[in-house]
Design a binder for this molecule. Structure first.
Ligand SMILES: [Zn+2]
Length: 246
């Protein structure tokens, strides 16, 4: 880590220990972009609060701007916030060590209600067809301790997760890109979903999930794939919870 980054991390972060894992070549937001990201992150949280957790998975970019403009509790996005969202959506991700395929070319991608099914008690949706069928089959073959932890995520949901991850990585975009797909690159926008073990909470999103009965049963099934195996070529961390719809 160079001196400038070292100092800015030391000042900014309570997660300082985390930063020690950062690489010299990691790319950070500029100081100005960091300020914009902080306000963008807060505004997106207000949008989520306004539309509700489940709906926030589906709403489009234009819907989001509409709510922000019309509800004073959210407040309209500033020009700089819009520019930053556009940058995070459009930019080439290879520079950050992310090599996955683009799954969505339109920041204003629409997901129609008729194409998704809400899964009771989860706050999440699955695409009708193969994804929903796979989930039903998994419940049968693995058992009821297997739960849906994240399903369909339109661009805005993915963007908000990405922004929040960059925030928690204190502006280190390289590090953020390794633990969450950038907004134009998520398979949650077109097919995939995440599962976990009932009662396991945040541990469902750690490598520990690979030690569960649910995971070990699941990987024996041939109708699903594992999108992000260890050392995958996309440059994403090992995600045993992420089911690839094949
Ligand atoms: Zn996932």
């Amino acid at each position: 880590m160079n001196r400038r980054n070292f100092l800015s991390c030391a000042v900014l972060t309570p997660l300082f220990a985390n930063q020690l894992m950062a690489d010299d070549n990691d790319i950070y937001l500029s100081k100005e972009e960091w300020q914009i990201l902080v306000s963008l992150n807060e505004r997106l949280i207000r949008v989520k609060r306004h539309v509700g957790f489940a709906n926030f998975n589906l709403i489009s970019y234009n819907d989001t701007l509409f709510y922000a403009r019309n509800y004073y509790r959210i407040g309209a996005f500033t020009k700089k916030e819009l520019e930053l969202m556009d940058k995070l959506f459009q930019e080439d991700q290879n520079q950050y060590g992310f090599y996955g395929a683009k799954t969505c070319a339109d920041i204003n991608n629409q997901i129609a209600d008729k194409d998704v099914e809400k899964i009771p008690y989860t706050g999440h949706f699955l695409f009708k067809g193969k994804a929903e069928e796979d989930y039903e089959s998994l419940k049968k073959d693995v058992g009821n301790t297997l739960i849906l932890t994240s399903g369909v995520r339109n661009v805005m949901k993915q963007l908000s997760l990405y922004v929040n991850k960059i925030y928690n990585c204190r502006g280190n975009i390289t590090k953020a890109s390794k633990s969450i797909a950038p907004p134009a690159y998520s398979y949650h926008t077109i097919s995939d979903f995440d599962v976990g073990r009932k009662g396991w909470g945040y541990k469902n999103f750690t490598a520990d999930f690979a030690s569960t009965y649910e995971f070990n049963k699941m990987i024996q099934l041939d109708y699903i794939g594992m999108r992000y195996n260890m050392n995958n070529s996309d440059g994403v961390r090992f995600e045993p919870w992420h089911v690839e719809v094949i």
